[in-house]
Write a new protein. Sequence first.
Length: 263
Amino acid sequence: MKWTATKIKALKGVRKIAMLTAYDALSGALVDAADIPVVLVGDSLGMTVLGHETTLPVGMDEMLHHTAAVARGVENALILADMPFMSYQPSVAMGLENAGRFLKESHADAVKIEGGMFRAELIEALVANGIPVVGHIGLTPQSIKEMGGYKVQGKTSEQARTLMDDAMAIEQAGAFALVLECIPPELAETISSALSIPTIGIGAGAGCDGQVLVFTDLLGMSGKPVPKFVKKYADLNPIISEAFSAFKSEVEAGSFPADEQTY
Ligand code: KIV
């Protein structure tokens, strides 16, 4: 069954929603085969695959290219494309045009944008034009320079109130789900109870309606330290390194290819 924005929204209060990032046809197909209902082509692509320090250098061409690749590997999951930095911030018209490109050119089903109540006008315009939207508040990596680092947000009561107002405005504007990143678990639970759309947490505790993780973090692929909120369900980095070293040794020793690998 193909997942749609309406079906994802209807899962609130019925069952928790798993979301995982993917960046190409192979990772998309693996996520889809696990029956995970939402695959996020995150702009975390910048760090996980393209070797950047932040998400800021990622552009539309790269996101369109990788979203299209994920779409070729996915049959059932909803394909959620992250709108990259400066593809929607300058104007509603630019946001609308670029979001449309994800659906027209890359077969995305929906887009995700970062930011609070000041994004309401854009969300309304997208939804009015048939583009399903997921919001993203709390730690918003595209604002990392302004935030001064990857820190937990919403710790003071004033910040918590602002985040609640942001969440309400995003729901009101027509988003079908909302990502809550790195906020205190009590606040995430309060926001989740106040909204009728599902919240998807990352570093926001167990009280959200769903959880999202980055593909390479969950699989322990990078060999680099991961944030506290990550659970490594596998530790593939040493396994991959070992396989590569074994290949190199066998090539150097002349034992690969053996008869079984030879025509
Ligand atoms: O880019 C991304 O992977 C994300 C998730 C961390 C939510 O936005």
